[in-house]
Design a protein around this ligand. Structure first.
Ligand SMILES: [Cu+2]
Length: 126
């Protein structure tokens, strides 16, 4: 049974940090869907180039729109809110317990606040 997970796009997270996806880390199964919910305005969710298991496995939601994506390829996905990437608005999704493309993610340059959040998110990989 494929599951449907929800990620909220928030100006302020429950821990008080600003411009966040919540939860920022998800571990899901192949075939599961994630729905990004525009709880607050001015956010989107889109994969970061080089931070997906394959060049085809990408997604891009529109600003202020609820957006769903079904993950058919195992591996780790790094994604961002385009307007708030410099403020560290990023998230990480692990699919099928696979982290074989992690080194590729770590090689991608992102702004310092985003890099710091990714470092924290990488510690949650299973
Ligand atoms: Cu945002």
């Amino acid at each position: 049974m494929a599951a449907d997970h929800q990620v909220m796009m928030l100006n302020k997270g429950t821990d008080g940090s600003t411009m966040v996806f919540e939860p920022a880390f998800l571990s899901i199964e192949v075939g599961d869907t994630v729905t990004f919910v525009p709880t607050d305005k001015s956010h989107n969710a889109e994969t970061i180039k080089g931070m997906t298991p394959s060049a085809d496995a990408t997604f891009k939601g529109k600003i202020n729109e609820e957006f769903s994506y079904t993950f058919d390829v195992a591996g780790v996905y790094g994604y961002k809110c385009l307007p708030h990437l410099p403020m560290g608005m990023v998230g990480l999704i692990q699919v099928g317990g696979d982290s074989s493309n992690l080194e590729a993610l770590k090689a991608v340059k992102v702004p310092p606040k985003a890099a710091a959040r990714f470092e924290e998110l990488y510690t949650q990989l299973q």
